[in-house]
Design a protein around this ligand. Sequence first.
Ligand SMILES: [Zn+2]
Length: 282
Amino acid sequence: MARKRSTDETPEALTRLAHLYLYDEPEAPGLDVDYLGRYLAAVLPTCEAHPRTDFLTHHLARFSEEQRETLGEQLLGQFQRARVDNLAPPGLRKNLPAEDPTEAGWDEVYDGPSLQAVLHLLIPPEESHLSELHLSLTSLRLGLWPAADQSFRLSPALFGEPNLLSLTSLLEGPEVSREYEFMRAQMAMFGLEEGLEAVEDRFAPRMLAEGDPRLNEVVKGLLLQAVFYRLFGEAFCPGPACRLHNATTQEELLEAQTGPGAGLCERHREWLWAVEGAPERA
Ligand SMILES: [Zn+2]
């Protein structure tokens, strides 16, 4: 593919990427890291993409059985400490009642940055460079406090080392339409099972569900956001038809990531060309 000359607007990349490590979440139905690895290699032809098993299994494999046992116990404790039991803003807790995550419908939820710090320690030094990007897909429900005076919220993408990409937060984070919520509540209130199914069917094209065949398409956007964050320090795009769009609703998410024309906007295609990339919508 011919490289276009980048415009003055294109920022200089902060690093060159050499290797992309893509970690599987075996529990996510339909997720295909081999397919996604080929996608990344096609979009970033100068990088090597390495699909791997899940993050913990991969990185614990280099230790002896005995070491794994000790590490496993330590990790379990650290995971428990990263679990969120009060969603209230950390800076205002003295004056506010505790917010139990189960009231938000979350039986288990983790503070993304805390978990990231724990998992970071498992990356061997030879793979811990700016040119090495670790992309860990996970079913754990992840989120963060955007600021000390704000409540906890779900976040599908936590950029850093490793990048944590939560498929559960991807399903539950972006809002579903109010019309759907209303109709579903009506049907449930009257115990209309068939009506409930009809509502689900009607809204299915506009919502991402567990086992959804569009999952891999949607994950492409998360992967590119992590790539752009590392390369340019910018992950998101206001353009609704760009894979970097940070969707707040399910409809926006599907609009940006699925459909025959899904790809980057013109501005971000320029950026990718500038690092010898090959955007899918050339
Ligand atoms: Zn864009």
